[in-house]
Design a binder for this molecule. Structure first.
Ligand code: AMP
Length: 513
């Protein structure tokens, strides 16, 4: 028997088996009236009201509905409601400027635009057939409670469920088409590897627009897990809610865990969730020192995944093995700093160029209306990740060494900026670091570290260079260090290296990136 695997499966099971269980705890401090705490039964009703509302508006199957919102219960509901009727949800990064939002809405051809009240103004210049501000306006004018929505005429697991625009560490964002099947398989393997169950409490520390909050709204609903919405990442607030709601599971970029570690220093009493919480880190390479601190200072279990929006995202998973308990803490953390073992059903290969290639049911259908980019990314049955890496022959674990474009080539030697960052970051006076290649007469390119010093710490350029030289091959050590107040990141925690590099390469005819 072949039954289409669609997003509806996750909500249907939740409504059937967990109708009276708590489903979503909305963000209490937000400009729209928060959605009252719902059960999965109530969540099902609200999702049907969105579907019926879009029916009444005349939005057809296959049409795109764009949502620009911070994390909220309404965004979570729409991630179900829009694809469950055969429409396509386009969750958009709320930090984008008006012109960028307009680009995404135009490129995706969305006929409906739903925005958080904070995004009302930037969205005003965006042209669409229908526009609503999430909150009272959607509740009063769009949603149709008690009306049975029109069923999807031909449920198809290969239909596009969402289009997720990539965070654009290089050029204009591209729309990643994820199918119902992509999302289903990601959900299944994610839940399996992170061993999600009914007694978990999940907190959305990831932006839900980013790869649909990595698919967690679906997995957690399907397994009857209570979901806590967090609108703004703040270390102390995360700790407070871990305590208040008994959170057991969270996902996020290294920057999120750094914020929690900072807050834990000033936390009165024991850190909440010690021995209970497990975290899933991804999005950027986690420094080993951070991993060690998470385990020692928070007592939370550290796991890592690697993937891309294009892969729904789960490609690899890393968790400490029972036998790793015997290892010294530093070595344990080093092993956990690797991206991990391919997830079930994922094949990985490293091309001669050093690029990681992936083959799996989680790989995107294509880039929306970009056939050339799609063909370039999907070659001979493999997806090109654009990341450089290596696979450990001993245990099959993948290590990401760099974005292909971020490799520094100095005097003909390849230097992984990630490896240098890891070393610089292990210096106790360093709070944040980004390593880039800058032009150099002699070497073509040379290694430069941009460093944010830890609060109250005093450290010199010479000290950091000497520290690195003691720990790594001389050619890898930075030849210069510049101190900064902050290192700009994207909403998804990524350092945009091309932005950091640009000023140094201006006027040079050998520009990179
Ligand atoms: P995005 O599509 O915005 O989620 O970004 C995907 C990119 O994030 C990948 O191509 C990697 O460069 C980076 N990334 C994700 N997870 C990891 C990880 N665990 N380690 C290193 N880089 C990662």
């Amino acid at each position: 028997m072949r039954v289409p695997m669609t997003i509806a499966d996750f909500l249907d099971r939740a409504v059937l088996g967990f109708a009276a269980s708590p489903a979503v705890i909305d963000e209490p401090s937000q400009p729209a009236p928060p959605v009252p705490v719902s059960t999965y039964g109530r969540l099902g009703e609200r999702v049907r009201a969105w579907q019926a509302g879009l029916d009444a508006l005349g939005v057809g199957e296959g049409e795109r509905v764009a949502v620009v919102s911070h994390n909220s219960a309404r965004l979570l509901e729409l991630l179900f409601a829009v694809p469950m009727s055969g429409r396509i949800c386009v969750p958009v990064n709320f930090r984008l400027k008006a012109e960028e939002i307009a680009y995404v809405v135009r490129q995706s051809g969305a006929s409906v635009l739903l925005v958080d009240p904070e995004v009302r103004e930037p969205a005003e210049c965006v042209r669409t057939d229908h526009r609503f501000v999430l909150g009272e306006q959607t509740e009063n004018e769009l949603m149709r409670f008690g009306v049975e929505p029109r069923p999807w005429s031909n449920p198809d697991e290969d239909a596009t469920a969402t289009i997720n625009y990539t965070s654009g560490t290089t050029a204009r964002p591209k729309g990643v088409q994820l199918t119902h099947r992509n999302i289903w398989v990601n959900g299944l393997t994610f839940g399996l590897h992170t061993r999600v169950w009914e007694r978990d409490v999940y907190m959305h520390t990831l932006p839900m627009f980013h790869c649909n909050g990595w698919g967690m709204p679906f997995v957690m609903a399907g397994l009857g897990v209570k979901q806590v919405v967090l609108r703004k990442v703040e270390g102390a607030e995360i700790l407070r809610r871990v305590d208040e709601h008994g959170v057991t599971l969270m996902c996020g970029a290294p920057a999120v865990w750094n914020a929690v570690l900072d807050a834990a220093k000033d936390w009165q009493g024991g850190v909440p969730g010690r021995g209970r919480v497990r975290i899933v880190c991804a999005g950027a390479p986690p420094p080993s020192r951070m991993i060690q601190r998470v385990e020692e200072e928070l007592g939370w279990e550290f796991t890592q995944i690697y993937g891309l929006t294009e892969t729904s995202p789960l490609l690899t998973f890393n968790r400490a093995r029972p036998e790793d308990g015997e290892l010294p803490a530093g070595e344990r953390a080093r092993r956990l700093s690797r991206a991990g073992l391919p997830a079930l059903g994922v094949n990985l290969r490293v091309a001669d160029s050093g690029e990681v290639l992936a083959r799996s049911n989680v790989v995107l259908d294509g880039y929306w209306e970009k056939p050339e980019e799609t063909a370039a990314a999907l070659q001979d049955g493999w997806f090109r990740t654009g990341d450089g890496g290596s696979i450990d022959v001993g245990d099959g674990h993948l290590t990401i060494s760099d974005r292909k474009k971020d490799v520094i080539i100095t005097g003909g030697e390849n230097v992984s900026s990630i490896e240098v960052e890891d070393t610089v970051f292990s210096h106790p006076a360093v709070a944040e670091v980004a390593v880039i290649g800058v032009p150099d007469e002699k070497w073509g390119e040379t290694v430069k570290a941009l460093v944010v010093p830890a609060e109250g710490a005093v450290v010199s350029e010479a000290e950091i260079i000497a520290y690195c030289k003691e720990r790594m091959a001389g050619y890898k050590a930075p030849t210069s260090v510049e101190f900064r107040d902050a290192i700009p990141r994207t909403a998804t925690g990524k350092i945009q290296k091309f932005r950091l590099r640009d000023p140094y390469w201006a006027g040079s005819d050998r520009g990179v990136g």
